[in-house]
Design a protein around this ligand. Structure first.
Ligand SMILES: C[S@@+](CC[C@H](N)C(=O)[O-])C[C@H]1O[C@@H](n2cnc3c(N)ncnc32)[C@H](O)[C@@H]1O
Length: 251
């Protein structure tokens, strides 16, 4: 049996009871090397690989699950830029009749939204800026259409040392829509949400553009950026996107 398990950001209090139970019960845990510290406490046989070795990891997990109960672990939710889709694709490709069960986890957008206030409290789009598997033009087109629809954006994989272009081009698009809507979009930046070095900043798009170098130094691959919509506000020092109750009902 193969379990595909989202563990949330990593710290123990974010594990669901279901994830906790599965990881206690399986024979083998397969995960990215960087997450080994989060699953060590289960004292299980583990198999880890580094960045860009996802195929190897998933193939190993599938193969081993012919004989054992295996947990293939992703951070956050395994069905949101995680390993779940690849596991199903490879199981189908190689005609493996292994039972697969996905265990959902708390995705970064959700954890970061709570840290910042309630910025995702209306329609939002999650977009990854990683152009490793998705062409940049597709990513930028999605950013444009999300802004055209006035969606709040939750941006994953914003920036890495070697991948700056998607971030810079996305900023240009946000600026363009800000000018069009006469809105200085409110932005929340959360690093290491739900982990030991958690930190966040609340700012706006002009501040980021005016202090670009500093922000590009600050933002890394463990960062999620949330860009408000034209109706997002700062309330009690938090980012709030209203649902519209106070427009409709008298308080
Ligand atoms: C490949 S995606 C994986 C997402 C994960 N499956 C989830 O549901 O959160 C990696 C991106 O998720 C975001 N992320 C993951 N962990 C994070 C954390 N602890 N704090 C903030 N963002 C995080 C970052 O944007 C990072 O670049």
């Amino acid at each position: 049996m193969l379990y595909i398990v989202g563990i949330g950001p990593g710290n123990r209090e974010y594990f669901t009871e279901q994830a906790e139970k599965v990881l206690k019960d399986v024979d083998l845990i397969v995960c990215y090397k960087g997450y080994e510290r989060y699953i060590k406490r289960f004292n299980k046989e583990t198999y880890t690989t580094g960045m860009k070795k996802e195929m190897e990891r998933v193939k190993y997990a599938l193969n081993e699950s012919k004989y054992k109960n295996v947990a293939l672990v992703s951070s956050g939710d395994a069905t949101i830029y995680g390993m779940a889709s690849l596991a199903y694709e490879l199981a189908s490709k190689y005609n493996l009749s292994i039972p697969i069960k996905v265990v959902s986890g708390l995705t970064s957008a959700s954890v970061c939204s709570a840290i910042l206030g309630a910025p995702l409290n209306h329609d939002f789009a999650v977009i990854s800026l990683s152009d490793l598997l998705t062409p940049l033009e597709v990513i930028l087109n999605r950013v444009k259409h999300a802004l055209e629809g006035d969606f709040v954006l939750a941006i994953y994989n914003p920036l890495s040392k070697s991948r700056k272009e998607p971030f810079l081009k996305t900023l240009d698009i946000i600026k363009e829509y800000g000018n069009k809507r006469n809105t200085n979009y409110i932005v929340g930046i959360v690093k290491n949400a739900g982990r030991d070095l958690e930190e966040h900043r609340i700012t706006n798009i002009s501040d980021i553009i005016n202090n670009l170098e500093e922000y590009m130094e600050y933002i890394d691959m463990n960062t999620t950026i949330i860009v408000g919509n034209s109706n997002t506000k700062i309330i009690l020092d938090k980012i709030i996107t209203p649902r519209g109750y106070l427009n409709k009902y008298k308080d």
